[in-house]
Design a protein around this ligand. Structure first.
Ligand code: ATP
Ligand code: ATP
Length: 188
């Protein structure tokens, strides 16, 4: 029964893309880089329960430029009133931004490479017509043939969006490995 559910889940991964499983942008817990890490902010962070928090610039939730890892806060004294910018700038967690139409199979492959397990999701720019279709056509048969043994990601087919050079990016959500595994295990 469990095997069947996973097989159904694998079929879902084939049909679905990041936007189908992401947490929508309005529900994403973020911090402004100007926010001071005082007792109140620390409490908010701990109450949120999240371990990775997008950090935005210039009071604009669309300008997410870094990630704050809650684990990076361990060494901060609570009376130092240091800013989010200082901690995020010091630890420099790389930020991956993907297109909302990125197929879940492709995203799972990236996550499996292990560099990161969270990405911000941006509104699509013709991604479907170019990379998406090509990628799915090339890899779907292979993926299904190998069941859960996912093929190596083909990075050049899936160029990361660059927030520095693409000012037209509109963020629509956040996706983590857990969102995909939930889909795979049909556990929603
Ligand atoms: P971990 O389990 O590694 O502590 P986490 O609980 O912070 O991480 P995940 O387990 O990866 O996060 O994801 C759980 C759910 O929370 C997913 O649906 C994901 O989209 C969502 N999520 C993760 N981070 C945030 C955030 N900063 N704001 C809102 N939702 C988030
Ligand atoms: P966990 O260890 O709880 O699974 P994780 O795998 O998400 O967390 P880390 O193990 O803390 O992340 O970091 C692994 C590496 O991936 C680090 O070098 C980190 O900077 C990088 N990384 C984490 N998130 C991202 C991301 N969204 N985009 C690009 N790189 C990231």
């Amino acid at each position: 029964m469990a095997t069947l559910r996973i097989a159904v889940g694998a079929m879902e991964l084939r049909k679905k893309s990041a936007k189908d499983v992401m947490t929508k942008i309005d529900d994403v817990f973020m911090l402004s880089e100007d926010q001071v890490l005082n007792a109140e902010t620390m409490l908010k962070i701990s109450d949120s329960g999240y371990s990775r928090i997008p950090v935005y610039e210039q009071n604009n939730r669309n300008k997410v430029k870094s990630l704050l890892y809650v684990s990076d806060l361990a060494l901060i004294g609570k009376d130092n009133n240091i800013t989010v910018r200082a901690v995020a700038g010091f630890n420099k967690r790389k930020l991956r931004i993907i297109d909302e139409n990125m197929p879940l199979i492709a995203l799972l492959e990236e996550f499996k490479l292990g560099d990161y397990h969270l990405a911000m999701v941006a509104q699509s720019h013709d991604y479907e017509k170019t990379n998406n279709v090509k990628f799915v056509a090339n890899h779907l048969d292979h993926f299904l043939a190998n069941s859960l043994k996912v093929v190596e990601a083909t990075a050049e087919l899936l160029p990361p969006l660059d927030p520095e050079n693409d000012m037209t990016i509109t963020l629509v959500g956040l996706v983590t490995l857990e969102d995909i595994t939930e889909e795979l295990l049909q556990s929603e």
